[in-house]
Ligand binder design. Structure first.
Ligand code: ATP
Length: 359
């Protein structure tokens, strides 16, 4: 069974903290008189095709709201054309939103003037793109230090910082290579190092690994997880790949036709899909790799002997299988000293054998 889809138990994201990014009722409409669409309940309710026929407009993002917590890896996922790139570009105003609010660290960035926006992009945001965007005539170290150069940093400081992040992404020894001397995966490591060099508050990833071979892609996903553990940056990550979303995301926002269909943790999407679209989307996911004991535990029965092993509710089913099957009594699911429920062989086997079709 693949372990690629396993949700990494992280637990360091605190949603009670002030969000780094807060998005409210965000719209991006392309077409003539685009600003009329969010204002009109009638136009806003039209389907994609109807809106195109009636108003010659496309609503790429429709009334989207969400918060990104400090240190969170927030994934925006959806099929091609669902609006994820447009949404994420609106967050940094690479695309101007049509209506709504984007608050970054308490500041309404839709009100920022050009100068402030430039400052934010230089100091607070970094982007990693699918097509690396490296400068071909610059060495690795000069590509990585490019953002610092624009900020006005001197050569010695640029080289020091670039060398530091090059080492962080495992490219030491390649400082003086040119991009075309590197493989795709290595070039994307340069992209990562460049994004980290300026020590931004948020890293935005726009399908960064889509062009890479599957094995390299897996390496790079692991690299992002490792880097995230090491540097703890807030990350907003776009992907159309569900297994990538489940692997990387603390939370996932699933989009369809510009709308949010569901936002939640990977196990929430798989364990409690909001509608048939999400259910279809997640049906191939190996449930034992994603669901945690919280989803499969049952209330204790009077006949249960409660001196079996103890596990937390956040343990992934796959990781609990051995313990549950080796015990001759139910495993107790305990959080903060409180017994939440129990899990026995039956509950685990239902999930592992895929007999429990869905919530
Ligand atoms: N500049 C534009 N003018 C008109 N329509 C646009 C423009 N940019 C995007 N769209 C439309 O907005 C919708 C959302 O596009 P977007 O690129 O955000 O989707 P996506 O989910 O990122 O897709 P992909 O993964 O293919 O990039 C699509 O219907 C697209 O055709």
């Amino acid at each position: 069974m693949s372990t690629d889809t396993a949700v990494q138990p992280r637990g360091q994201v605190d949603h009670r903290q002030t969000p780094v990014v807060s998005v409210r009722n965000l719209w991006k409409v392309f077409g003539p008189n685009a600003d009329q669409v969010p204002k009109s309940a009638e136009l806003g309710a039209l389907s994609r095709r109807e809106l195109l026929e009636r108003a010659r407009c496309t609503a790429a993002v429709r009334e989207v709201s969400f918060d990104v917590a400090p240190g969170e890896v927030f994934v925006v996922m959806g099929l091609s054309g669902s609006g994820k790139s447009t949404l994420v570009r609106c967050l940094t105003r690479l695309i101007e939103p049509t209506a709504g609010e984007v608050v970054f660290e308490g500041e309404d960035i839709l009100r920022a003037d050009k100068r402030r926006l430039r400052e934010l992009r230089r100091h607070k945001f970094s982007m990693v793109f699918q097509h690396f965007g490296l400068l071909p005539y610059r060495t690795v170290v000069d590509n990585v230090g490019y953002g610092l150069e624009i900020r006005g940093a001197g050569r010695a400081e640029r080289t020091r910082r670039a060398t530091e992040v090059i080492e962080l992404v495992g490219l030491d020894g390649y400082e003086h290579a040119y991009p075309d001397q590197l493989s795709g995966g290595m070039q994307q490591r340069v992209g990562l190092a460049r994004a980290l060099a300026g020590d931004p508050d948020v890293l935005f990833f726009d399908e960064p690994f889509s062009a890479l071979d599957p094995l390299i892609r897996r390496d790079m996903q692991n690299e992002v997880i490792r880097l995230h553990r090491q540097v703890g940056k807030t990350m907003v990550f776009i992907t159309h790949d569900l297994s990538e979303a489940l692997k990387l995301g603390d939370r996932i926002l699933l989009m369809r036709d510009g709308n949010v269909v569901q936002a939640g943790t990977g196990d929430e999407l798989v364990g409690a899909p909001a509608d048939d679209y999400v259910r279809d989307f997640v049906q191939e996911v190996p449930r034992a790799d994603v669901l945690t004991l919280r989803w499969i535990m049952r209330p204790r029965r009077d006949t249960d002997q409660l001196d079996g092993p103890e596990l937390g509710p956040g343990v992934i089913v796959r990781d609990a299988v051995r313990t549950v099957l080796a015990a001759d009594r139910p495993v107790r699911v305990v959080e903060n000293g409180e017994l939440l429920g129990v899990v026995g062989a039956e509950e685990v086997l239902d999930i592992v054998a895929g007999t429990q079709a869905g919530a």
